[in-house]
Ligand binder design. Structure first.
Ligand code: HXC
Ligand code: NAP
Length: 283
């Protein structure tokens, strides 16, 4: 789908790059020639992720920086260290997130704070601190924010995440305009369900729930990591450098199906449905 050197000479910083979708994106970027910098809180997760990325990238360089993105000063230090040891990243992927299921009336202030600080503040911290370097050095930059489909519409039982992702989407669109003059562009991806250990152990209680969710998705399945990673490559590539402030949904049609008045009919046997329609037409 892409030239094998599409991301040659690019330094890409992926937050939460040691697991799940962040790791899959990092592996794909390395396959296409990028140098990867991954950060996260758990050094073992980062080390294991780096080994996988190196393998995918046929030995491309991978650097790990343990860092909690909630902490502004820690992110400032990480960015200074990355620039000194690796070079100034060309691309930032804000992928780190926290989430869990909770009835909102039972949420503690600390629970709300934990998720919003990782998702919204973490994204702000990394974006603003790196962009200050880009602006000072007069170089362009690209940011890709991973949100969710419910960033636009909200969702029950994940209110801290919904609030924070909505904020990230607003940040994406706001800064796309504010920083366009510096040659900095920002886009977002809104994924539907893509199985990862981190999301599934916190949000998807059992196989029966998985099957129910799949039924809501017109394509009848979850997303495959490769599909999302290819979209990420596309959006951050210079080849589409005029895309700015966009959020691309990749959810098999789930969000649209949820809002269509007659989408429920897709759950019926198609022949029985057509028979009913013929009868209604004839009556
Ligand atoms: C209610 C909870 C809770 C839970 C933690 N808390 N888990 N409240 N239900 N299940 C509360 C605690 O009581 C505490 O509040 C506060 O949250 C912080 O808890 P800690 O355990 O100290 O948090 P911390 O170690 O900082 O971890 C943050 C975390 C954790 C968000 C709670 O889940 C995490 O590390 N997540 C990272 C990975 C992740 O979430 N991946 C999934 C992303 S999937 P008090 O008030 O008691 O101090 C995604 C989109 C999916 O985002 C969309 C699918 C389609
Ligand atoms: P995941 O594997 O749990 O990834 C989350 C990553 O964020 C972990 O590597 C974690 O590493 C890191 N992280 C969490 N808190 C951090 C902090 N304070 N500082 C630095 N790093 C931190 O989950 P995932 O499913 O791959 O999710 C990746 C992204 O996709 C998230 O933005 C999520 O909201 C989004 N998304 C996922 C789905 C899905 O179906 N999987 C759907 C929609 C959106 P440490 O714990 O080591 O810090």
């Amino acid at each position: 789908m892409f030239q094998s050197d599409l991301l040659q000479n690019k330094i890409i910083l992926v937050t939460g790059g040691g697991s799940g979708l962040g790791l899959s994106m990092s592996k794909r970027f390395a396959e296409l020639g990028a140098t990867l910098v991954i950060c996260g809180r758990n050094p073992d997760r980062l080390a294991n992720g780096a080994a996988e990325i190196k393998q995918a990238g046929a030995g491309r360089e991978v650097f790990t920086f343990p860092c909690d993105v909630r902490d502004y000063q820690a992110v400032e230090k990480m960015m200074t260290d990355v620039i000194a040891q690796v070079g100034l990243p060309h691309i930032l992927v804000n992928n780190a997130a926290g989430n869990f299921l909770a009835a909102t009336e039972d949420l503690s202030p600390g629970g709300f704070d934990a998720v919003v600080r990782i998702v919204l503040y973490g994204t702000f911290n990394c974006t603003q601190i790196l962009a200050k370097h880009w602006i000072a050095q007069k170089v362009p930059g690209t940011v890709l924010n991973i949100v969710t489909t419910y960033a636009s519409n909200g969702s029950a039982f994940v209110v801290p995440s919904a609030c924070a992702k909505a904020g990230v989407l607003a940040m994406t669109r706001s800064l796309a305009v504010e920083w366009g003059a510096y040659g900095i562009r920002l886009n977002a991806i809104a994924p539907g369900p893509f199985p990862t250990e981190g999301a599934w152990k916190r949000l998807f209680p059992d196989k029966a729930f998985d099957e129910q969710v799949k039924k809501r998705i017109p394509l009848g399945r979850f997303g495959e990591h490769r599909e999302l990673t290819n979209l990420a490559v596309f959006l951050l590539s210079d080849e589409v450098g005029f895309i700015n402030g966009e959020c691309v949904t990749i959810d098999g049609g789930e969000t649209l199906a949820g809002s269509g008045q007659f989408s429920l009919f897709t759950q019926l046997d198609r022949e029985a449905l057509k028979k009913m329609m013929r009868q209604m037409r004839g009556s």
